[in-house]
Design a protein around this ligand. Structure first.
Ligand SMILES: Cc1cc2nc3c(=O)[nH]c(=O)nc-3n(C[C@H](O)[C@H](O)[C@H](O)COP(=O)(O)OP(=O)(O)OC[C@H]3O[C@@H](n4cnc5c(N)ncnc54)[C@H](O)[C@@H]3O)c2cc1C
Length: 384
């Protein structure tokens, strides 16, 4: 059933995105540019801050509404990777920040004066094995001194703040490996050149990811997010929202590919008839439509559970896996439908095809989701 408030959000986001046509995104992809104007307008319109409670200047809506925003952004042909983190990183501050931290950051984020777009977890030597990470934060008086390295940290050059995960107690001194990690809010502008070095990574998609080097970076103790040693929980809480929102983006990508493919299949004539009259073209598009719409149902279910404060890790993981696989298949079918023209950049398909591929690997890879379902949902033995 359609909810008029949600339909209003859909309509408004669609109108905003229409101002930034696909050529805008193609040009940014070519020059590796950042969509500053788009992100500013999305923020000023209140769509990027829908999850911030009204008392801090946001719209006070749920992850479901956030998912609708991200889905529409991707469906328009845009690349949401430039801005999506603002929604879910902020969730860690909202759930675990002190009142002083919330007062200091959230109203400014809602007003577009501060950007919280960066999330520093992955490391080059430990990858998915997060609890084994090597970056340390040592308490010295009223600061923590951070040393180590991170990789693939996106948007840091376009963010004022980063949520960083580091080990504060060595692994051999804690009962469980998930203990002894802590989360911090890092002021990126202060840190740059004072213990933080940033090196951009040239990559397959325009995601603004960087390698970070920490050399005695001092972070005020007041910037600890949540309790010392409980940072893994702080990060995990943000991750369910992240998975739901990214699943919604994949559904947006999938719907984009299906719209494009079905339109082209109706228009393109070869052998004197539309190619979509051939079942070899028509059926794969129809199958992708069914898969993408099924994935959206799982996104909706996960988002509703999240917003009700109920457990949703299984649903968030399943939504992310199903949606990322459905969008990839839809992209592949869209390419096949367009034949050789799919390879021409002006058709935009190859860019979206590269962009949507990421989501089977980041923020968590499909294997790790299958392992979660196998172990935590179905009770099979742990594999690692
Ligand atoms: C464009 C981009 C942007 C990113 N942005 C961010 C960011 O902003 N912040 C951040 O912290 N990180 C970010 N990441 C990192 C991303 O989250 C990781 O790349 C991802 O979690 C996978 O980790 P890895 O690359 O180290 O792969 P690895 O852990 O090395 O894994 C490699 C492969 O082996 C598989 N594998 C590993 N262990 C197992 C196992 N036990 N069982 C089965 N299969 C296994 C994995 O599924 C994967 O397919 C980004 C990555 C990319 C590419």
């Amino acid at each position: 059933m359609q909810n008029p408030e949600v339909e209003e959000i859909r309509h408004s986001v669609r109108s905003l995105c229409a101002k930034y046509g696909e050529d805008y995104w193609l040009e940014l992809d070519r020059e590796r540019g950042y969509p500053t104007e788009f992100v500013a307008e999305l923020t000023a319109s209140g769509f990027l801050t829908v999850l911030i409670p009204e008392r801090y200047g946001g719209a006070g809506l749920g992850v479901y509404e956030g998912a609708v925003v991200m889905e529409e952004v991707c469906r328009s042909g845009a690349h949401a990777g430039a801005c999506h983190a603002q929604m879910y990183v902020m969730g860690s501050v909202l759930r675990h920040g002190s009142e002083a931290q919330k007062q200091a950051y959230l109203p400014k984020i809602a007003a577009g004066e501060l950007r919280l777009q960066s999330f520093g977890v992955t490391e080059p030597t430990t990858g998915t094995d997060t609890t084994n990470l090597k970056t340390t934060a040592r308490k010295e008086g009223d600061v923590y001194v951070v040393n180590g390295q991170k990789v693939w940290i996106s948007r840091i050059e376009h963010s004022d703040l980063m949520v960083l995960l580091a080990r504060t107690t060595p692994k051999d001194q804690v009962r469980r490996k998930t203990e002894g990690l802590s989360a911090f809010i890092v002021d990126v502008n202060e840190a740059k050149g004072n213990g933080l070095e940033i090196q951009p990574i040239e990559s397959m998609i325009n995601h603004h990811s960087c390698t970070l080097f920490f050399d005695d970076l001092q972070v005020p103790a007041a910037n600890l997010l949540g309790q010392e040693g409980e940072g893994f929980k702080v990060i995990l809480d943000g991750m369910n929202a992240e998975r739901i929102l990214i699943a919604a983006e994949c559904v947006g990508d999938g719907r984009y590919f299906i719209d494009k493919a079905s339109t082209y299949a109706k228009e393109r004539e070869v052998f004197g008839r539309p190619i979509g009259q051939n079942q070899g073209i028509q059926f794969p598009i129809a199958r992708c439509h069914a898969e993408v719409e099924a994935a959206w149902l799982m996104v909706e279910r996960a988002a509703r559970l999240f917003d009700a404060g109920e457990k949703c890790a299984a649903e968030a993981n399943m939504a992310k896996m199903l949606a990322s696989e459905a969008s990839w298949r839809a992209g592949d079918v869209c390419l096949q439908t367009h034949g050789g023209f799919a390879f021409a950049k002006e058709y935009h398909i190859e860019r979206k095809f590269r962009e949507t591929r990421l989501y089977q690997i980041a923020p968590i890879s499909t294997n790790l989701i299958l392992s979660y379902i196998g172990e935590h949902v179905l009770g099979m033995p742990r594999s690692f």
